[in-house]
Design a protein around this ligand. Structure first.
Ligand SMILES: [Zn+2]
Length: 197
């Protein structure tokens, strides 16, 4: 991976939520998401959701009112509405690419920058970053990094299971016997530490 690549970290749970919307919905569907800058050329997506929209088999349009209500919601819960920097939509079973309609929609974005993603029901996707200020830079390639943090409760459970069931080997004396032809009994030939308790 090139060091100057733009990375978008996506927790697996957030990705699954988006894919669930896409899988369940028989038409195109559009949503947004919250993004934070976590480093140079590095972003993190923390949630995806849908707003009021008019969706058809091959077209979807979010409403200004739906987006405005969503922004009001963010403000009401003390969140920074500028975190709304991610827009995604589904092409249902069609190829996942940015159509002229999609790029036309991106041009209308009023923020400083936006990460856009188009996905389909097969899980194929394209993702791009657009800068609007101070320079207008279009279609900067973005690489998604899927983050899969382990749930802290699950870690605690596994630690308890390991403490209960897993112990360290204890050296102990064993007697090694071997059958020697001509002798009627097994012959003790050695004793030592068992390395493989
Ligand atoms: Zn589209």
């Amino acid at each position: 991976m090139k060091s100057d690549a733009v990375l978008l970290h996506v927790p697996v749970g957030v990705w699954q939520k988006m894919i669930a919307y896409v899988t369940i919905c028989s038409t195109e569907i559009n949503g947004f998401g919250l993004v934070d800058v976590i480093g140079p050329n590095e972003f993190a997506l923390s949630d995806v959701f849908i707003t009021d929209q008019v969706a058809a088999a091959a077209k979807v349009e979010w409403t200004e009112l739906g987006l405005a209500l969503c922004i009001t919601d963010l403000i009401n819960r003390g969140d920074d509405p500028r975190r709304l920097r991610f827009q995604w939509h589904s092409h249902v079973n069609m190829q996942a690419f940015f159509s002229d309609i999609d790029t036309g929609g991106i041009e209308k974005w009023s923020g400083d920058w936006l990460i856009s993603l188009v996905v389909n029901k097969h899980g194929e996707y394209e993702v791009r970053l657009d800068m609007f200020k101070s320079l207008r830079i279009r279609n900067i390639p973005v690489t998604i990094v899927f983050d899969n943090p382990i749930d802290p409760d699950l870690i605690a459970q596994c630690q308890a299971d390991i403490a209960q069931h897993v112990s360290q080997p204890k050296p102990h004396k064993i007697k090694v016997t071997r059958y020697v032809p001509g002798f009627t009994d097994f012959l003790d030939i050695a004793t030592g530490d068992d390395q493989y308790a």
